[in-house]
Design a protein around this ligand. Structure first.
Ligand code: 8YV
Length: 323
């Protein structure tokens, strides 16, 4: 039997690549540099399945092909706003993602960012490494206590719920959530969370706000200057979702003029390019998109893509089909 051909756009954990090679005619982008839209488009003419990551922008232009050989895009990651949904549908592509397996690790990074920005850990590390630490003093790098504070969560899916679990059970925080659809009372009760009906209601209530909603056009600049102004002047904003959810220009204004307490970002609009104004903000912690970057999560993501491919090539509806 001819093995389906599969193209992996970036290098994956070795164990997953080995497993893929057992079942499929596997091709790797050994250069491990993101492919251009033209190169991505070319893959659609050659392989039965293409397995992209967040760095592969399958825009309408990249998906503008006639007679694609590819039938499935098995996305390595939970967010898929880098794939143009309308064009994928027009091409008749099946698209899958990798939910669940990275929720805990991504929530760990969100909690790390929350703690870092509240306790000024980034500033402290920068000071110490620059050789500028002059020793302990009562007023040095005074931060904000986390325990008992109010955490607002925008987007109460799997990652948002894991964040709430850490915050409530680990740090005794009060959790307020906003979600597009109503959350079942028993799901809210697990973390003693309260659901409010609008983001505008949530923002002024919170000492910390953590974003866990999808990216893409509908949520572009969901957090804009008007909404930043609704936050308490000493509140902190955390983003492990997608860069475009925040208007970064508005955020730099709020940070530079001290209109909010600080922010902590794992994702950026147009990453890996970083808005130079962000670099000037001391009350900002930045990480290079580390949400799912653990050995365990990255392997589990790969095996989850494999499960979806097995479903698809066996003629079943893939378990994590999103398009
Ligand atoms: C992934 C992520 O590492 O899964 C997601 O949506 O943001 C990341 O944690 C990345 O998307 C890999 O494609």
């Amino acid at each position: 039997m001819v093995k389906p051909s599969v193209f992996v756009t970036r290098r994956w954990p070795a164990a997953v690549e080995a497993k893929l090679a057992e079942t499929y005619d596997l091709q790797l982008n050994t250069g491990d540099i993101p492919l251009s839209p033209a190169e991505l488009r070319e893959t659609l003419g050659k392989y039965d399945a293409v397995l992209p990551t967040v760095t592969d922008r399958f825009t309408a232009e990249a998906l503008d092909v006639k007679g694609a050989q590819t039938r499935i895009l098995g996305n390595y990651g939970v967010g898929y706003s880098h794939i143009c949904e309308a064009s994928a549908r027009d091409l008749g592509l099946t698209v899958t993602n990798t939910p669940d397996v990275l929720s805990e690790c991504t929530a760990d990074i969100a909690m790390t960012l929350l703690l870092m920005v509240a306790r000024r850990a980034g500033e402290g590390e920068r000071e110490l490494r620059a050789g500028n630490w002059t020793g302990w003093r009562p007023t040095h790098l005074i931060g904000t206590k986390v325990s008992g504070k109010v955490l607002g969560i925008i987007g109460y899916g799997r990652i948002g719920q894991e964040m709430a679990r850490r915050a409530h059970h680990g740090f005794g925080m009060q959790v307020v959530v906003h979600n597009r659809s109503p959350i079942a009372p028993e799901v809210l009760a697990r973390n003693n969370a309260t659901q409010v009906d609008s983001i505008d209601t949530l923002l002024p209530m919170c000492d910390f706000v953590s974003l866990h909603c999808p990216g893409g056009a509908p949520n572009r600049h969901l957090i804009n200057s008007r909404r930043l102004d609704l936050m308490k002047p000493d509140a902190f904003l955390i983003n492990t979702a997608r860069g475009e959810v925040i208007d970064e220009w508005a955020l730099t204004q709020s940070l530079m003029y001290g209109l909010i307490g600080g922010a902590a970002l794992d994702v950026f609009d147009g990453e890996p390019r970083i808005n130079p104004d962000l670099m000037q903000c001391d009350n900002l912690v930045m990480l290079p998109h580390l949400g799912s970057a653990t050995k365990e999560a990255r392997e589990a993501m790969g095996f989850r893509v494999l499960d979806n491919l097995s479903d698809f090539f066996a003629g079943r509806d893939p378990r994590d089909r999103v398009i």
